[in-house]
Design a protein around this ligand. Sequence first.
Ligand SMILES: NC(=O)c1ccc[n+]([C@@H]2O[C@H](COP(=O)([O-])OP(=O)(O)OC[C@H]3O[C@@H](n4cnc5c(N)ncnc54)[C@H](OP(=O)(O)O)[C@@H]3O)[C@@H](O)[C@H]2O)c1
Length: 338
Amino acid sequence: MKKPNIAILGATGVVGREILKIMDELKVEYKSLKLLSSAKSAGTELKFQGESYIVEEAVPESFDGINIVIASAGGTTSKKFAPEIVKRGGVLIDNSSAFRMEPDVPLVIAYVNDEDLKKHKGIIANPNCSTSQLMLVLKPLHEKAKIKRLIVSTYQSVSGAGLAAINELTADTKANLAGEGFKNVCFKKPISFNVIPQIDSFCENGYTKEEMKVTNETKKILHLDASTPISCTAVRVPVYRGHSEAVDIEFENEITPDEARNILGNAFGVKVIDNPEDYEYPTTRDAANQDPVFVGRIRKNIAFKNGLSLWCVGDNLRIGAALNTVRICKKITEMNLF
Ligand SMILES: NC(=O)c1ccc[n+]([C@@H]2O[C@H](COP(=O)([O-])OP(=O)(O)OC[C@H]3O[C@@H](n4cnc5c(N)ncnc54)[C@H](OP(=O)(O)O)[C@@H]3O)[C@@H](O)[C@H]2O)c1
């Protein structure tokens, strides 16, 4: 197996730092490692596997000789550097939404649609954090009973909006408890002791971009028909880490809660905690800093013919971003795709 030269673009961000942690945990093999950021954090020292790395400002020449770039630096930065990376023969694994819906860019959740990796032409997209955790749960159920209709409500933590948003929740909460005023910047409304029914800007159809990402990315990853009805409501909650989702699924074929529990109990990357009578169901605190997507409250949905309802929680910084990009990095190395 050929070992790649790897660069992390956005290494100083919330997701970038998590990527480094997971590269260590998953024992990613590499020939060289380069850490990149904007001019703001250039010169920062980051430790990785006992070695000290000085973060460099990303410029086109940073990608000379690099085989795999894991980017977590926002869509504008990815769009700026993607042609430079591809031109130099590198593969970009991108965490932003910049390329996700491009027809010739595979949108991949490792262990869900790995085969799509083979179609890459230099760019591989990592799905939105809410889509990511959902795919590991839906794929095995879809294989069994075929999804006909899907309704998802998300309860998303502030870390999904980056480091500044985490700091805003802390500062807003402190100000609120002290009876002081606070000017929110990252969110359109105060986030402390509040629930905000808006993530990203609104589209013409009244849904937000975040909600449409869940809809469109789910269809692309699971290869669902474009006409499959999917609806999402995405909500920001004052939680630091971990996204929760209430999911209602109608299937073509019958599937019982026990069958679903059994299927999910054996699925890769999923852990079932489902004994509500003893208060056993997953919460965001169970998911924080963990790899699996936790599922519970699996029950027959009484509004649909072949319906199930369930609750799932995942760590948005791990399965929602960093973990999947590192898994993709490992897969394309093993599959000889760089
Ligand atoms: N947070 C999540 O749960 C999550 C989930 C899925 C996807 N994502 C996506 O991942 C990306 C990063 O998210 P984050 O939460 O880690 O944000 P963040 O904490 O704000 O970090 C952003 C990173 O990008 C770097 N950067 C910004 N502009 C740059 C430029 N022009 N050139 C090079 N580097 C630049 C920053 O460097 P400096 O330190 O120099 O500013 C920093 O390292 C976004 O595209 C986001 O949509 C996030």
